[in-house]
Design a binder for this molecule. Structure first.
Ligand code: PEP
Length: 251
């Protein structure tokens, strides 16, 4: 199973700042075996960084796409517009679900569009604190996973990546314990495999939620954690490089 270390920059860094960060990443990130490092800058930096990263081991991804290929969708960006620059796209992030009201059905349409365009979707699932406290963490995540991946042929499932991101751990500095993350991620894999498709066992599952340079190694040691989706710490080159190294060392 390959390891993926993904850096979600969110709505941060203008083009000049993006170039500075990528220059530091290029200088510090070495090629780890069987590992992909992918950064997700804002759209405004994508074409610039694509030139800067030509021939580099660092891949580029987008933070979102619209399900349609083109049309009257003011402010949106389509898979066709980014497919020559981006290998991955983050879909179903809790910020998109909660702040922008994205539904499982809408997210599923984007997942299908990204696959059709040859872009690897990283489908994010995760429960809120209220749902966890009500004992619903696994059922909420499984429901998001099943709905998000609906309509994908089993032979195409290998092109998908899943990220478990408990909402209460995102940007809060309060990461889930590696044991909690492993428990959910292992169960998600097993239950999806029993109910829907065995092919899920072959795709990477990333943990996301306050991953940093100190705690990354403990997540990497868990059996069902194949990488990390990193928000805040991905804006610091040294931290992101250390997380990538820990994700490899811990395996
Ligand atoms: C994220 O936005 O996907 C994320 C995990 O953020 P953070 O690492 O800042 O919690």
């Amino acid at each position: 199973m390959k390891t993926i270390v993904a850096g979600n920059w969110k709505m941060n860094l203008d083009p000049a700042q993006s170039i500075d960060l990528v220059s530091s990443l290029k200088a510090g990130l070495v090629k780890f075996p069987n590992t992909e490092c992918v950064i997700f800058p804002p759209y405004t930096s994508i074409t610039l960084l694509s030139e800067l990263l030509s021939g580099s081991i660092i891949k580029l991804g987008a933070q979102n796409i619209h399900p349609e290929e083109s049309g009257a969708f003011t402010g949106e960006v389509s898979a066709l517009m980014i497919k020559n620059y981006c290998s991955h796209v983050i879909l179903g992030h809790s910020e998109r679900r909660i702040i922008f009201g994205e539904t499982d059905d809408f997210i599923n349409r984007k997942v299908l569009t990204s696959l059709k365009s040859g872009i690897t979707p990283i489908l994010c699932v995760g429960e809120t604190l209220k749902q966890r406290e009500a004992g619903l963490a696994l059922s909420v995540c499984l429901d998001q996973l099943i709905k998000g991946l609906a309509g994908i042929k089993p032979e195409n499932l290998s092109q998908v990546v899943v990220a478990y991101e408990p909402v209460w751990a995102i940007g809060t500095g309060m990461s889930a314990s590696p044991v909690i993350a492993q428990e959910i991620m292992g169960s998600l894999r097993n239950q999806f495999s029993e109910k829907i498709s065995k092919e899920i066992s072959e795709i990477p599952f990333l943990y996301g939620g306050s991953v940093n340079a100190d705690n990354a190694i403990d997540f990497a040691k868990e059996k069902d954690i194949n990488g990390a989706l990193v928000g805040g710490a991905s804006l610091d080159a040294n931290a992101f490089i250390q997380i990538a190294k820990s994700m490899v060392d811990g395996k």
